[in-house]
Design a protein around this ligand. Sequence first.
Ligand SMILES: C[S@@+](CC[C@H](N)C(=O)[O-])C[C@H]1O[C@@H](n2cnc3c(N)ncnc32)[C@H](O)[C@@H]1O
Length: 291
Amino acid sequence: MPTSAATLPGVQQPLPLSAAGFSTIAGFLRQHAGIELNEDKQSLVQSRLRKHVVASGFGSYDQYVDHALRQQGSALITLVDALTTNKTAFFREADHFRFLETDWLPDACERTGLKRPLRIWSAGCSAGHEPYTLAMVLSEAAERTPGLAFEILATDLCTTVLRTAAAGIYSQVDVAPVPEALRRKYLLRSRSADDTRVAMGPELRAPLQFKRFNLVTDPYAFDAPFDLIMCRNVMIYFSNATREQVIAHMHDVMAPSAHLIVGHSESLSGIRTPLRYVAPTIYQRPLEIAS
Ligand SMILES: C[S@@+](CC[C@H](N)C(=O)[O-])C[C@H]1O[C@@H](n2cnc3c(N)ncnc32)[C@H](O)[C@@H]1O
């Protein structure tokens, strides 16, 4: 059985995270990232932090947390990265991408007259599977639609996943949900026969921009409004008050008639917002009629 540094005989085990230490982390994450950690997450937090605590040589989890919060810089980024949940997949919740093809695209093309690129924001993009899926779907549409151009801004709070997203290199298991025809068209195999990983092709990378953005604390200062925002499986960890605040900001940076898509287990019910319900998990900014 492999032996990790954390279980090596003779290696001092850090003292466990105390209730007070957990409450410090929970308070910080709530304030800094909007993420709510219930008390039943204490052992999860400890297991996520284990390798960092051991590597940094602190005698207890509480000392490590105190250090990260005081030091602010890279230790804090490591702490936030360790505590975000980044599960994602190519073509996740595939009916959303069908909706984009059948409803959103025709509507957005007609509304803009294709006089400018369509602007899309993948907010909480994790390791890039969602924005690359968007790039594939839109590249296919662009082939069928003369004049269609698009830009995708992909953002996340977690720097580790953003690095993977920007590198754009994935395992065969990761790309398994990508339809075979799209895999052949857009994904590049390694020159080395031993390396089975694939890279996202240049057509998918060109319209994409990756950036760190905190949905809860950063100013929503963008150059132009978005025609589509996908913010899926991100706000599930937020309180209703935080969700309402984030949705209000998003509303303000959406073009009239633009759509917001949230994850399958989410809804905006109970949230005050001018966005109108289109279908489960799909919302639209109303067209404002000038008086
Ligand atoms: C479960 S993943 C969802 C990824 C993708 N949208 C999907 O549905 O497959 C949630 C992502 O939200 C990010 N996140 C959590 N809180 C955030 C915040 N306050 N600002 C920006 N991103 C945040 C996490 O880092 C994580 O990568």
